[in-house]
Design a protein around this ligand. Sequence first.
Ligand SMILES: [Zn+2]
Length: 369
Amino acid sequence: MDVIYDTVLKIKDSVDVYISTGEPDICTIQFYHINTREKLSIRIAPEFGEVLAALDGVSPIAELMSSLGFVMDHGEFEEIIEYLLARGILEKPSFTDPDSRYSRQINFLSDWISGIPAHEAHKQIVASDVVVFGVGAIGSSIAIQLARAGVSRFILVDNKLLSLQSSERHPYFSTEAIGDFKVDALKRHLEKINCDINVTCIREKLLPHTELSRLVDRASVVVNTADEPYIGHTSIKLGRYLWGKKIPLYVAGGFDAHLMSTGDFYVPGESVCVDCCSGFFSAALVDWKPSYKIHKTNESKTHVVGGSGGTFSMSLFSASYAAIQILNYIAGGDAYKSRLSRRGEYIVGKGEIEWVSIKGRGDCSVCGK
Ligand SMILES: [Zn+2]
C-alpha cells in the first residue's frame, strides 16, 4: 500500500471550500485561504469532493475511500493529494490545542510564514526580547500588540509620567495611574494580558551618553519612539550601535506630527542604514522649516499649544503597521522585506498611503545601498 493511503489528513481550518457540480462527470472545487485571500481552483471527478469532505484528521485515507466505495487511478489520486498538500490546502493534523490561547494566531501563521511549521514560528515570537524606547501612544500600542501575540520579555525605557492628557492616546491610561511613571503603568497593563510576562522598567531618558549595552544587547528587536530630545538623534545613536550588533531597529511613526507614518525598519545587512536614511531626508526636506508654537507660559511641557494634533486611531495605524512588520520578522517570515527602505504615510484627507523609496549613499561603508 502506498504511503499516501496510510496518511491522516484534513483540510486546513483556514481554508474554505466551494464545490460547483453543474456538469455531469466533473466538478469545480474552489479553495479559498481566509487568512491570505488567495484562491485555487481544480476540476476533478465529483466523487473526489466526497473524499475531501470525509477527511477528518483521524482516519487514514484508505479507510475513508473504502467506506465511500471511491475508486480513482492511484497515480492521479496521489498527484492531486500531493498538490493540495504543497499548496497548503490539506495538512497533517498538528498538535495545536484548539482551545489554547494562541490557536487562532497559530492558524494565521500557518499561512503567513512559509518554510517553518506554524507552532515553531509562534515559539520564536514567544522567545523574543523586545526593547521599547518611549512608551507614549505608539510605543505602548506596539508593546501591547506584541504582548498579545505572545512576546514574553520586554524592557521599557521612558522617564515620563502619565498625565490627564495621556488619556487621549495612551491605551493603558487609567485615572488611578495619573502621576505614575508611564513604564510602570504599562508594565501593570501588560501583566494583566499575560501574567507570565517579564517586564523590566527603566525610568530614564535616552541621552547622548546613555550606555546602551545593558539595555539592548539581548534584544531580538529594538523599537524607538522616543521623540525627546529628538527622534532623529535617538535613532542615530541606537541605529549605529545596533547595526554593529546585527540587531534590527524599528523607528515607529508618529514623530514630527506624522501620526500615520509606517516608520522605518533598519535590518542590518538588508535595509539602508540609519545614517543613509537620515541623510536622504535631510536632503529631501532641506527647504522645509517646521515652526512650533509653544505657549510662553508652558515651555517646560511637551504639549504644543495650537500645534499638531491627532486621534488614538491615527497612532494605532502606525503602531499596528510596525507591529505587523516586527511579528513577521521575529516569526521567521519574509513579508517585511518588501517594505524595507521605504516610508509610507497614510494621508487622512485622501485616504491613500503615499510611499517614498529611501536611497542610501552608494558608497556607504555601513550599508552600501
Ligand atoms: Zn548607509
